[in-house]
Design a protein around this ligand. Structure first.
Ligand code: SAM
Length: 218
């Protein structure tokens, strides 16, 4: 049987990434204190009502949810799920094993969807964004913090390192045009800012943080 690259990625996700999951906690502990904690706090102030968090990893966002009703966290990787500390949240948290490309929730079930360093990793970014759009209610909001494709020669470097990068970092693609993809999925970008985190070689890894809405029908 011939397996495509996508089949390979899908089976890796089903099996999970034990080494990446084990290293993610300590890695995140460092970036959290350097810059990501402050960004998470700022981004998640915008979360309201019923929240869906995509690819919750080790649960780093959970302590930042305050004025929300409930949080549903999807996490398809069993090794990450094992480390998801739902006790950190002040609000009710439910965990789902679903991948973003096929979310088991009815249309319009959430007021807010959150992606943090996830749209770089989902297997099919277009389908994932379509699903996020479907489960958000009209007027609902996508809050995102993601690393994205650079420009010029740096982008070409990202293309070169992509295969190795993906193997090391749990299937991550460093070179995706995520803000454009959010717009193409039909979202209206409300605000976004680009930044470089204060880490070595950060020029290779531009980040964006922002929000986008599902337009209310006229
Ligand atoms: C770099 S980690 C980010 C974790 C967390 N969001 C954070 O901010 O620390 C990427 C996460 O996305 C999850 N993931 C990968 N593919 C996914 C998919 N198709 N649907 C949902 N989550 C996925 C991975 O299992 C992993 O936990």
């Amino acid at each position: 049987m011939v397996r495509s690259h996508d089949d390979h990625e899908a089976s890796l996700m089903n099996e999970g990434h034990p080494i990446f999951a084990a290293l993610y906690g300590p890695l995140d502990f460092c970036i959290e204190r350097l810059w990501m904690g402050e960004r998470r706090a700022r981004l998640l102030k915008g979360a309201r009502g019923a929240v869906l968090e995509i690819g919750g990893g080790t649960g780093a966002n959970l302590p930042y949810y305050r004025d929300v009703e409930r949080v549903t966290v999807t996490e398809p990787d069993p090794f990450m799920r094992k480390r998801l500390g739902t006790k950190l949240a002040d609000v009710p948290v439910e965990v789902s094993v679903a991948g973003t490309e096929a979310l088991p929730f009815p249309e319009g079930s959430f007021d807010t969807v959150v992606t943090a360093l996830v749209l770089c990793t989902v297997q099919d970014q277009g389908s994932a964004l379509e699903e996020i759009w479907r489960v958000l209610r009209p007027g609902g909001r996508l809050l995102f913090i993601e690393h994205v494709r650079a420009t010029g020669a740096t982008a070409r470097w990202q293309d070169r390192i992509e295969p190795l990068w993906g193997r090391i970092f749990g299937g991550c693609h460093p070179n995706r045009e995520t803000v454009a993809a959010i717009g193409e999925a039909g979202f209206e970008i409300e605000m976004f800012e680009s930044f470089y985190p204060p880490i070595p070689l950060s020029g290779l890894m531009p980040h964006v943080m922002g929000s986008a809405t599902v337009r209310l029908a006229a």
